[in-house]
Design a protein around this ligand. Structure first.
Ligand SMILES: C[S@@+](CC[C@H](N)C(=O)[O-])C[C@H]1O[C@@H](n2cnc3c(N)ncnc32)[C@H](O)[C@@H]1O
Length: 232
C-alpha cells in the first residue's frame, strides 16, 4: 500500500535546496517529534549491529545517501575511514561537519544507482531512509549498485507494508491528517527477496520500533560465492 509519489520530484531532486536541507536536519535532530525518536532508535540498533563485527582501523565505510550526516556521531565509536555520498550537495554541505574529522575521507556527490565508486571498495555500506521512498525499479538498481561496491556488510532500512501497518495507517489518517506515510513500502518478504536477488545473504531483519513504526532494518552480507545478479 503506497502513497502516490514521483521519484524525481519527491526524492531525487527533493532535497536539493539549502532550505529543505536545513529543515530536514532540524526536524531529525532538534525538534521533539516522532521522527527524532525513531532516528535515535535506528541509531542504537545500527550501533548494535555494527558492533557484532570485528572492524579494523582502515576499513572503509560508505554512508549513502548520507543526507545531513545523521550517522556522523555514531561513527565516532568505530574505526572506519568514511566516505559520505548523496545526490544533494546541499544535504552534504550540512553533513560534512558531523563526521569525525580525522576519518572522513571525502563527501562525493553520486547517484546511488550508478555511483562511480570502485567495485568491492567498501567493507561496510549503510543505506538509511531511502529504499521505501523509491519505486521497485530504483530499489533494484540501488541494491545492485551497492552489491557491486560491498566487500562484507551492508545495513539498510526500509519501511515495510503489513496488515498491522495498514491498520495503523488507517487510524493515523483519521487522527493525524498531516501524517505522510512512506511512499513505496513493500513487504519484508519482498525486500528480502530483492536483497537476495542482488547477491546478498540476509543475516538479520527486525522492526526498528515494533508496531509503532513501519521501518525495518536488514543486515546483509556479501558471501564468498558470487551469485548471479537478477536483471530487470
Ligand atoms: C530521507 S533522506 C535520508 C538521508 C539519511 N540517510 C538519513 O537517514 O537521514 C533521503 C536522501 O536521499 C538522497 N537521494 C535521493 N535520491 C538519491 C539518489 N538517486 N542517489 C543518492 N542520493 C539520493 C536525498 O538527497 C536525501 O538526502
Amino acid at each position: 500500500m503506497g502513497h502516490p509519489t514521483n521519484y524525481t520530484t519527491d526524492t531525487l531532486n527533493a532535497y536539493r535546496s539549502k532550505q529543505r536541507a536545513a529543515e530536514y536536519k532540524r526536524y531529525h535532530t532538534k525538534n521533539w517529534n516522532w521522527a527524532r525518536f525513531s532516528t535515535w532508535r535506528e541509531q542504537r540498533l545500527l550501533a548494535r549491529e555494527l558492533s557484532r563485527y570485528p572492524w579494523s582501523i582502515g576499513d572503509r565505510l560508505l554512508d549513502i545517501p548520507c543526507g545531513t550526516g545523521i550517522l556522523g556521531k555514531l561513527l565516532c565509536s568505530f574505526p572506519f575511514q568514511i566516505v559520505a555520498s548523496d545526490i544533494s550537495p546541499e544535504m552534504m554541505e550540512l553533513a560534512r561537519g558531523e563526521y569525525p574529522v580525522d576519518r572522513l575521507l571525502e563527501c562525493v556527490q553520486a547517484d546511488i544507482t550508478a555511483t562511480g565508486f570502485q567495485r568491492g571498495s567498501f567493507d561496510c555500506i549503510v543505506v538509511l531512509g531511502f529504499l521505501h521512498r523509491v519505486p521497485l525499479k530504483i530499489k533494484r538498481a540501488a541494491l545492485r549498485e551497492i552489491s557491486t561496491l560491498a566487500k562484507r556488510v551492508v545495513v539498510i532500512t526500509c519501511s515495510v507494508d503489513s496488515p498491522l501497518q495498514r491498520l495503523k495507517k488507517t487510524v493515523l489518517a483519521v487522527i493525524r491528517k498531516e501524517h505522510v506515510p512512506a511512499p513505496c513500502p513493500v513487504s519484508l518478504r519482498e525486500i528480502v527477496v530483492e536483497c537476495e536477488a542482488a547477491g546478498f545473504k540476509v543475516v538479520r531483519s527486525f522492526m526498528v520500533v515494533p508496531f509503532l513504526s513501519s521501518e525495518a532494518m536488514l543486515v546483509l552480507e556479501r558471501g564468498n560465492r558470487h551469485q548471479q545478479v537478477k536483471q530487470d
